[in-house]
Write a protein of this length. Structure first.
Length: 222
């Protein structure tokens, strides 16, 4: 069932970086005041202590407090933005997205993926692999031009020409240049968004292909 997994609640024992800094600042204030009172109480009336050092330390503590207050404000803004983004990401459930992934979903006998080469290749092939790594199909003679994203449509047939049941598969690109050296590439795949989960505060989309991608890695939506 389509769903959204909300960010896990922060444990009561856990505190933000700003909160931890404020706790330390409070302790420093108490230490500062204790030291000031002790020195004032025990100073020599004939040689009163120089207040410059204390004024300087107090100014430094004030600057630190201002920085902590700013960080606390930024954390609150970040929390609100994360909540707003979570609502936006939830609207992707049920939509088809294209994103970097090696997992291709075969649905109704059709699987769509694409790739982009970092350099010009002499030859490019795609291998469709089952969950156990068995090669089901090899597609040769694919485009070799660099940079452009080349779309490949798998007709759902294996190397014997028999239909493969719908499911999730891995696609591997074999690209070599004129010197028989491998060419780097990025593989993309289309799949439907099943649910939205959160990992360390970031939205992750779980796809019907079995892949899990960051929401900000999406290339296109339809």
């Amino acid at each position: 069932m389509d769903s959204v997994s909300a960010p896990s609640a922060t444990p009561a024992t856990a505190t933000s970086a700003a909160a931890q800094s404020r706790d330390k600042l409070d302790a420093d204030y108490q230490s500062f005041l204790t030291l000031l009172i002790a020195q004032v109480s025990n100073q020599d009336p004939l040689e009163p202590m120089d207040s410059t050092t204390f004024v300087s330390q107090l100014a430094q503590l004030t600057q630190v407090e201002q920085s902590i207050t700013t960080n606390e404000t930024l954390e609150k803004i970040e929390t609100r933005l994360s909540a707003a983004n979570a609502r936006d990401d939830a609207t992707l459930i049920g939509r088809e997205v294209l994103a970097p992934s090696e997992r291709v979903a075969l649905a109704d006998g059709r699987g769509v993926f694409s790739y982009a080469l970092n350099g010009e290749a002499k030859s490019v092939s795609a291998r469709i692999l089952a969950e156990d790594g068995t090669e089901l199909r090899r597609i040769d003679g694919l485009p070799v031009a660099p940079e452009a994203r080349h779309e490949v449509v798998w007709d759902g047939l294996d190397r014997e020409g028999l239909p493969v049941p719908d499911g999730s598969f891995t696609v591997e690109i074999d690209a070599i240049d004129a010197e028989e050296e491998p060419v780097f590439f990025t593989t993309y795949a289309e799949a439907q968004v099943e649910r939205v989960a959160f990992r360390d505060g970031a939205a992750m989309l779980q796809l019907t292909s079995g892949a899990e991608i960051a929401a900000d890695s999406i290339v296109s939506i339809r």
